[in-house]
Design a protein around this ligand. Structure first.
Ligand code: FAD
Length: 311
């Protein structure tokens, strides 16, 4: 039996999370197939086939998968599930939407957001906003697993696996696509950026975030935010890092005017180096960061931008 990884993709590009999920899948089983479903998905299938360790890519091109809605996606996965002992997907919006349906139809318990594969039946996953790591055993007949992608390195590319077509099963019509609202940005994607600079309530306004943008321009960084900054309307909701926002694991995370509540830490604690800029030397973010600058952010950020521009 093998593992089936459900690919995440948009705009003709395979998501980085899929390459990371393949790494997790290879720790579970040596035979890993990737399912690519979409209306025009050939180039995505080729990107998946190039990832080292992939046994074969199974492609299903049909208008029913144009927006990868959960109902048709789950039906497609279920049509080939008998060939697999496990199905895995990134713990993205897509994976979180599709896999629970698969688990429900199979009548098995889903394992969500695994961060480590210990052996074929044993996994690690965070609970209580990442404050406790649980070791969980899963002896379901088919394992249905979402992956905390920041915990795994992406599979490298260089090979060329077989690409095979899968017929599209009859698709339920209960849900239909209405509209997608996408924010286009020149910046790196928050979930996979190497450098992230995030602002909190201390930034004070949407105008204040322009100071972060200038530093981000110098560092080619993505911009994130605490929930307090999002709730205050300084930045859009999809900037939120944390327990109820995005999980990030950049090489460098700069937290500006963020106190460091556990719910925020839950989303950025896997960052390699954390820098805190805060005027409160006793706040948790300053206390736990690798490098702490106790300063007023309205003085520190322009100085930082100026210094970086001179490099
Ligand atoms: P504050 O805690 O108010 O901190 C603001 C900081 O700015 C302070 O440390 C202050 O010293 C500093 N500051 C102010 N002015 C300046 C200045 N001029 N210069 C320098 N520093 C300055 N939070 C998240 O972030 N992400 C989540 O996903 C999330 N999920 C949650 C889920 C649940 C169920 C709950 C209950 C809460 C969640 N929260 C989340 C909220 C979390 O508990 C905190 O309330 C939030 O993270 C606080 O945001 P903050 O650090 O920006 O604000």
């Amino acid at each position: 039996m093998a593992v089936l990884v459900v690919a995440d993709h948009s705009g003709g590009t395979l998501a980085d999370g899929t390459a990371r999920t393949i790494t997790a899948a290879l720790e579970l089983d040596a035979t890993v197939d990737v399912l690519v479903a979409g209306e025009h998905a050939q180039s995505v299938a080729e990107q998946a086939a190039a990832l080292n360790g992939v046994n074969r890519v199974r492609i299903c091109e049909d208008a029913a998968y144009a927006h990868q809605l959960a109902e048709p996606m789950a039906t497609l996965i279920l049509s080939i599930i008998d060939e697999y002992s496990a199905v895995m997907a990134p713990g993205s919006t897509q994976g979180r939407d599709v896999l629970p349906r698969v688990a429900a139809v199979l009548d098995v318990a889903q394992l969500s957001e695994i961060t480590r594969v210990i052996d074929k039946n044993t996994f690690e996953r965070p609970i209580y906003a990442g404050n406790v790591m649980a070791t969980v055993a899963c002896d379901e007949s088919t394992q249905v697993i979402t992956v905390r992608t920041t915990a795994f390195e992406p599979a490298a590319s260089g090979q060329s696996a077989l690409i095979e077509a899968v017929p599209a099963p009859e698709t339920p019509v209960a849900a239909r696509f209405v509209e997608e609202s996408v924010v286009r940005s020149e910046r790196p994607e928050l979930g996979s950026a190497k450098v992230v600079i995030s602002g909190g309530r201390g930034v004070g306004s949407a105008e204040g975030f322009k100071l972060l943008e200038k530093v981000a321009d110098e560092l080619n960084a993505a911009i994130g935010a605490s929930r307090a900054a999002v709730d205050a309307g300084y930045v859009p909701n999809d900037y939120q890092v944390g327990q109820t926002g995005k999980a990030v694991a950049p090489d460098l995370y700069i937290a500006v005017g963020i106190s460091g509540a556990i719910q925020h830490w839950a989303g950025m604690k896997d960052s390699k180096v954390v820098v805190a800029i805060n005027r409160d030397e006793d706040c948790p973010m300053i206390q736990t960061a690798d490098y702490a600058l106790v300063a007023d952010l309205f003085d520190a950020l322009p100085e930082l931008e100026e210094g970086l521009a001179q490099l």
